[in-house]
Design a protein around this ligand. Sequence first.
Ligand code: ASP
Ligand code: MG
Length: 450
Amino acid sequence: MLVMKFGGSSIADAEHIRRVAKIVQERLDKNLVVVLSAMGDTTDFILKAADEAITTGPVSVEFSIEKITELHLNALRELGISKTLTQDIRELLSDLASLLSGVSLIKELTAKTRDYLVSFGERLSARVAARYFQSLGIKARALDAWDAGFISDSGFGSAELLEESWRTIPQALLPLIDEGILPIVTGFIAKDSSGAITTLGRGGSDLSATVIAASCNAEEAQVWKDVDGILTADPRIVKDARLVRAVTYEEAAELAFFGAQVLHPRAMQPCSKTGTPVLVKNSYNPQSPGSVISASLPEGINSVRAITMRGNVTLVDIVSSRMLGQYGFLAELFSCFAQHKISVDMVATSEVSVSLTLDAAHDIAAVKKTLSRIASVEVKTKKAIVTIIGLVERSSAILESAFGVCASLGVQAQMVSQGASKVNISFIVDHDQAESVVRGLHKRFFERDN
Ligand code: ASP
Ligand code: MG
């Protein structure tokens, strides 16, 4: 069995859907499950329409909903689907329009309503694709996530799937596959136990696909994107970025966290539990081999996998005179961040000081005030985290080269940390120097043969 997930840009319009159908058709001899995101930018459009509905009222809603309606009806028309077969899709579109105008009247938008609204994107795309696949003679069936066994908690906006989904998903899907049906499942969404629609966080369709693959014991989860796979660096920064053919689950998770948004950060978890490989492929370039994410790497592979950076980071230096020989200081410190709901990314400590990094979006003023009672605090903004991802067993050699690169660029590395997962070495530099450091490191680790 194979799970194939296609992202929004892979199914952006009729032409793209045809291309996806071809890719799927070539693999019909495997037992397939297809998982789809919303078409193109539908999710963004719905969110925009919802925001407009509460601010400017019904007039602009008309405009945004028109865009969404047009996108789907155009696709159906261009795919040659007769109007009589599109009743359910038209009904969804008109429900979405009514809901949005409801929001514009009551001018209230809860996280629950927002999830309900965006769920229309995936419900529409699965139906459009299923109709087209059927017109090609494929026994396809559109399934809403809840009919495919997805049960989540009620964390609207970023819900977690409940453990029982590992049982209910195969229960729902395997019998269909046995009947020779191709399930086309909506990614990104689920229902909580009281029946309310939830979403798994932006980009969550990746997670939907990997959960299906892992829980159904599939051979592989394939995530089809609009890029060749995982690259050695962000191609907007490094024009010679190359395809990374193989990475481990841990490396992929680090990459996702550090902004190489190839996969949803949580998407690796289910497959790393079961050891199911995840193949990232390009629907615009199916010939490219893609990147495999799995438990182990081929022998003799380069020890550095990729260089990434995360900009707009705030560095906080905390010095306590009490820390020497004391216990409980770190606990107190971190509980202070927890209290203010601030997530800490990187940490380095010495006997008397702690340096840590936060996303610049956090409001640090309040936490600084609380912390001042136990330590002196210095906040430095406009920093970036540069990360080298790879086999850190060779960390001394990697660090030596990395610092050599920094020195040659005249850049000061301000804090260094080696992740406990043993796959990353990170350091802080000034935000406006970060890109040149990434380029320098890329040259050092990947372009030496040139
Ligand atoms: N359509 C959702 C989004 O744009 C989920 C996804 O694409 O995975 O975030
Ligand atoms: Mg999307």
